[in-house]
Design a protein around this ligand. Structure first.
Ligand code: DON
Length: 580
């Protein structure tokens, strides 16, 4: 099953690599000193995209739990209150720092392709990509990973039983929560697909009409499924009544999942990617996320310059050129490490980054290999990130998703579980862009049991002075959102300022700089265009970054929640208020 993937180096990259060998590595050594690592934060900070989830996490700390118990509570509550973004029917990545051992661990709870998922299954009669199958209903769904992650987190790292850490989610699912604007708007965009399915209608049209702001959304079946997980762990979701109901529902809608697909699901523990950037040590997501590799490339390219000393157009030009190069490598090389051999050591090597840096012209855009027309319309209200640090110094950076708005739109009747549409993250038809306009080839081709490539990039950064934890939704734009966030922390901004930073993005193809309104000044846009860039300034906002930070010198804990999302909350709980 394992496919050897040979690195494809273009002449230009190779020349750059060689040139890079002669240049020096980034100027700073980022490893924080042992003395700085020994102290602990004065409490807990949690930032998430919904205040009910942040509060659920704080409740676990008050009950004597740690950051990992809080993560179970936040994750499961987000699964209830943000069905638009993530849920038990989806997957996610959990980056942990265990203060006792000092170890960083990456829990990969990405969905897997069911046995029925062959490339042919996603082609239409003319051999084109069947976009309906790729993004709607049973064929678009991978085998969920999030429930297995919750069970693993609680068992291996938590101090509280699942019955405690899942209690807020169970309560909110049963009693309901107030519908907010993003939920109503997302439902309106997705209703035609969602209302195809009996189980989905039972949840979202329970009162006869679509969810509206101010109404209470109750999900009693989801509460029952959560209770089964609390009582039976893995088997409560992947075997027994819930497992059978998922298989039956997929079959009822024309898809095919097996008992083995579900019972055989396993989280994978992976070594995070680590590298240094200007005095920061960055710990981030390895494959099957593309985020860490891309971040390592971009920041190590940029580490060769003093960005702060530059005029805005020059700075943006260089950051965009770094983005362009990292996204090209993402497209060609990256996939599920259990299925493909990737040249990871090379791709994340400072010498490789130096080589890429040498290929960047200081004031001319490098045209991407192919020019395509317009950027793809952005789906931006899905996926969710949360960041936690507790009083012992444990850290969690977690991004979880059902992929596009309300995932596949399919709720398995009787379970409350809305299935993801993560299969679209595979290169279902090699070379054909997915919903985020990114494409892939052999490394990310679909195969039974394989994990689809992701952009989710839960990240820690640490210097002698500071720890920051951040991440975001935004599809292929997640990685550049995290990059802009790290550059913000490096420039001295606090967590709230970082969450609010205006965003810009380039993903190799299409060969366009996308920018939120106000992110680039008109004169910067003009200069970038004169350098040969195509700039789409004034796009709608995107993303939903959640960050916490701990200043090791002053002891200050802080959080930042994205102002683009009014229902998020960043909160700090001082140590003295916990009650173990
Ligand atoms: O894993 C990924 O990269 C995507 N499924 C994430 C989707 C996402 O962020 C949607 N967001 N706005």
């Amino acid at each position: 099953m394992h496919k050897a993937l040979r690195p494809v180096l273009t002449a230009g990259v190779l020349a750059g690599l060689l040139a890079g060998c002669a240049t020096t590595a980034p100027a700073h050594d980022g490893a924080p000193t042992a003395a700085a690592a020994a102290i602990t934060p004065p409490g807990t900070a949690i930032a998430s995209a919904h205040s009910l989830a942040t509060e659920a996490g704080l409740e676990m700390i008050r009950r004597g739990g740690n950051a990992f118990d809080a993560a179970v509570a936040v994750s499961s509550t987000l699964s209830v209150v943000e069905p638009i973004s993530s849920g038990l029917g989806g997957g996610g990545f959990f980056l942990l720092h265990d203060a006792d051992s000092g170890r960083d661990v990456f829990i990969d709870a990405r969905e897997t392709a069911p046995a029925s998922a062959t490339p042919e299954a996603y082609l239409d009669a003319d051999g084109g990509l069947d976009r309906d199958r790729a993004t709607n209903g049973p064929w678009s769904a991978g085998i969920p990973g999030l429930p297995a992650a919750l069970v693993h987190l609680a068992r291996e790292y938590g101090e509280l039983p699942l019955s405690t850490s899942l209690a807020p989610a169970i309560r909110i699912a049963r009693e309901g929560f107030p519908v907010y604007e993003r939920l109503e708007r997302g439902y309106a965009r997705r209703s035609a697909v969602m209302e195809r399915y009996r189980g989905t209608r039972e949840v979202f049209l329970a009162d006869g009409d679509p969810p509206q702001v101010g109404e209470t959304l109750r999900q009693p079946d989801l509460a029952r499924t959560l209770e089964l997980i609390a009582a039976q762990g893995f088997d409560g979701f992947y075997r027994g009544d819930v497992g059978q109901a998922l298989i039956a529902s997929v079959a009822e809608e024309g898809g095919r999942w097996t008992v083995d697909d579900l019972a055989g699901y396993e989280v994978r523990l992976r070594e995070p990617i680590g590298f240094d950037y200007r005095g920061w040590h960055v710990v981030t997501a390895p494959p099957p996320s593309s985020g860490g590799v891309a971040l390592a490339q971009m920041l190590q390219i940029l580490g060769g310059w003093d960005l702060a000393a530059m005029e805005e157009p020059d700075r943006i030009h260089l950051v965009v050129e770094a983005m362009r190069r990292a996204y090209r490598d993402r497209t060609i090389y990256l996939g599920d490490p259990d299925f493909v051999d990737m040249p990871l050591a090379l791709l994340t090597d400072p010498a490789y980054a130096a080589g890429l840096r040498a290929t960047i012209h200081p004031d001319r855009a490098t045209p991407s290999d192919l020019l395509s027309g317009q950027p793809v319309p952005l789906e931006d209200d899905e996926t969710t990130h949360f960041s936690i640090i507790d009083g012992e110094g444990n850290r969690v950076s977690a991004t979880q998703t059902v992929n596009l708005l309300y995932g596949s739109g399919l709720v398995a009747p009787g379970t409350g579980v809305l299935l993801n549409n993560e299969m679209d993250d595979f290169a279902l038809k090699p070379g054909t862009p997915n919903a985020f306009g990114v494409m892939g080839f052999a490394a990310n081709a679909v195969e039974p049991g394989k994990r689809m490539l992701s952009s989710m990039t839960p990240t820690f950064i640490e210097s002698d002075d500071k720890v920051a934890i951040l991440g975001a939704p935004g599809g292929s734009r997640i990685i550049t959102e995290v990059l802009v966030g790290i550059l913000g922390f490096d420039a001295g901004l606090d967590a709230q300022q970082v969450a609010a930073l205006p965003r810009y993005h380039h993903q190799w193809l299409p060969d366009v700089i996308s920018a939120e309104a106000g992110a680039l000044s008109p004169s910067t846009v003009k200069t970038l265009e004169a350098m040969g860039h195509t700039v789409n300034a004034g796009e709608d906002t995107w993303g939903n970054l959640q960050a916490v930070a701990w200043d090791k010198r002053s002891g200050e804990l802080s959080g930042g929640t994205d102002p683009r999302n009014p229902v998020g909350e960043a909160a700090v709980l001082p140590e003295s208020t916990t009650n173990p």
